[in-house]
Design a protein around this ligand. Structure first.
Ligand code: GLN
Length: 491
């Protein structure tokens, strides 16, 4: 098959081509490597590639298929991972200088599950250092560019994962979402991105940022592909005590069934000021679409979600300051050459190894946890977090899912927010409350601005009700397919 046509296919389509013998996994792998060669000089989604290993995995898949031992629909399909998810024998930098020489000694649980499903694991994808940011400008190895406009950010922190799918450098990728880091870049790059319920996907082998908020989740062109990847990586894992012992249904089978239209809620706090006009118009059109399909649309209020950003920045930084204490110049990390004594080893290694945003957060977090301030900041933030969760619980007594924009604006220009942390933090104003409440949320492309920048629609679901959430998103995506449009990256 023509390699140029392969890279535009969805994972589900590629799987069909493999099954009907129209192409080989090695051809698919080669087609993506050629595309990465063609466009990644501009996009910079990848931090590291191991082409020999990638092709060897594809060859193994072809051999399995010849013997009739195929492992399932993802067998032979490339999946690339954000550079915070461990793959045995491959580097993991978290886009930080402090981990520049680190090689993972084991597989993350998601990696193990992907390998067991026959997926062909590709290169390492760029991000904001330790997943802290909304633009990938905080990567120590240079930013990723938005494939729709190379002057603009791809969003973050999983900007490499969203840009790689948008630039057709991979059909599927994984990212992590602590406050919006899957959904916001998906929205800015015009692809589907999903954060599962907290506890749905094991965090074992994920470099931790804020452990009570972090979740791994998929990126793809379509909701159908997201369902396929989600069911592969989900499920209880004894190695992650916060992973939940729940049954994982086959979401892809569930999407094939007929579903009655249900009730969607519009929280008034998410439709106020600060939203770009073109984002508002695109989201309103999506609401009309759902009405036309027979969905009931109701207004509701999530009053405490107005406090999500301050609550998040107290809790996430507190957890980060504790999680990142392990990078100490002794374990994992490179050690400062200027260190002359034990204290120097810590101070100089961390001082040289961490970027500005990571340092800001470690300091903020340690401050919020320190004696005398703990009650005023950390404890209060935790109590407010409970109120935010209760807002959602009340809303879900009346509605099946909540509909909002994913991001207040389309992709912004490099430098537009990087000097002002607060304006950058506001990029996640619609996504953060979902993490605080532990709920599943996804962003599905819902249109473009006049200048051709993608816009995303966010749907938030009930805990562990990923099936309903995906089926609502699929109703829209199956017909409108905005994520199937690809940017033009020719010179
Ligand atoms: N942008 C948010 C932050 O900087 C969220 C990051 C994330 O979800 N990893 O913390």
């Amino acid at each position: 098959m023509d390699s140029n046509s392969l890279i535009f296919k969805t994972a589900t389509e590629l799987s069909g081509e493999l099954e009907s013998g129209n192409c080989k996994a090695v051809e698919i792998a080669q087609a993506y490597l050629e595309q990465i060669d063609r466009v990644d000089g501009k996009v910079h989604a990848f931090l590291h590639r191991d082409d020999d290993d990638f092709l060897a995995q594809a060859k193994d898949s072809d051999e399995r298929r010849e013997k009739g031992e195929t492992l399932g629909p993802l067998d032979g399909i490339p999946v690339c991972l954000k550079d915070v998810i461990s793959v045995e024998g491959q580097p993991l930098t978290a886009a930080s200088k402090i981990l520049q020489d680190y090689v993972s000694p084991y597989d993350a649980t998601v990696t193990r599950k992907l390998k067991a499903a026959g997926a062909v694991i590709g290169g390492r994808l760029n991000l904001d250092e330790f997943a802290m940011g909304s633009s990938t400008e905080n990567s120590a190895y240079g930013p990723t560019r938005n494939p729709w406009d190379l002057e603009r950010v791809p969003g973050g922190s999983s900007g490499g994962s969203s840009a790689a799918v948008a630039a057709r450098e991979a059909p599927l990728t994984l990212g992590s979402d602590t406050g919006g880091s899957i959904r916001q870049p998906a929205s800015l790059c015009g692809v589907v991105g999903m954060k599962p319920t907290y506890g749905m996907v094991s965090r074992y082998g994920l470099a931790a940022f804020a452990s009570s908020l972090d979740q791994i989740g998929p990126f793809s062109q379509t909701v159908e592909d997201t369902a396929l990847l989600l069911e592969t990586i989900s499920g209880h894992d004894p190695l992650d005590s916060t992973s939940y012992p729940t049954e994982v249904p086959s979401y892809s089978e569930f999407l094939k069934q007929k579903h009655e239209p249900c009730t969607l809620g519009l929280p008034k706090e998410f439709f106020g000021e600060g939203m770009d006009d073109e984002v508002r118009t695109a989201v309103e059109k999506a609401i009309e679409f759902y009405k036309g399909k027979g969905y009931e649309i109701v207004d509701l209020s999530l009053p405490t979600t107005d406090l999500s950003i301050p609550v998040y920045y107290v809790i996430a930084t507190a957890e980060a300051s504790s999680n990142l204490a392990r990078y100490d110049g002794i374990r994992y990390t490179s050690r400062s050459e200027r260190a002359e004594n034990a204290v120097d080893v810590y101070a100089k290694s961390r001082g040289e190894g961490f970027g500005e945003e990571v340092k800001r957060r470690c300091i903020l977090g340690a401050y919020g946890l320190s004696s005398g301030y703990y009650d005023a900041y950390y404890l209060r933030a935790q109590k407010t977090r409970t109120l935010i969760r209760q807002d959602f619980e009340r809303a879900f007594e009346k509605v099946d899912a909540i509909l909002t924009p994913t991001s207040p604006t389309p992709a912004f220009k490099f430098g537009a927010k990087s000097e002002d942390p607060i304006s950058m933090y506001l990029s996640d104003v619609y996504t953060i409350s979902t993490n605080l409440a532990g709920l599943p949320g996804l962003s599905v492309p819902c249109g473009f601005t006049e200048s051709g920048l993608p816009i995303g629609l966010q749907l938030i679901g009930k805990a562990f009700d990923e099936g309903t959430l995906l089926s609502i998103a699929h109703d829209f995506d199956r017909e409108l397919q905005f994520g199937r449009q690809a940017p033009n990256l020719e010179d």
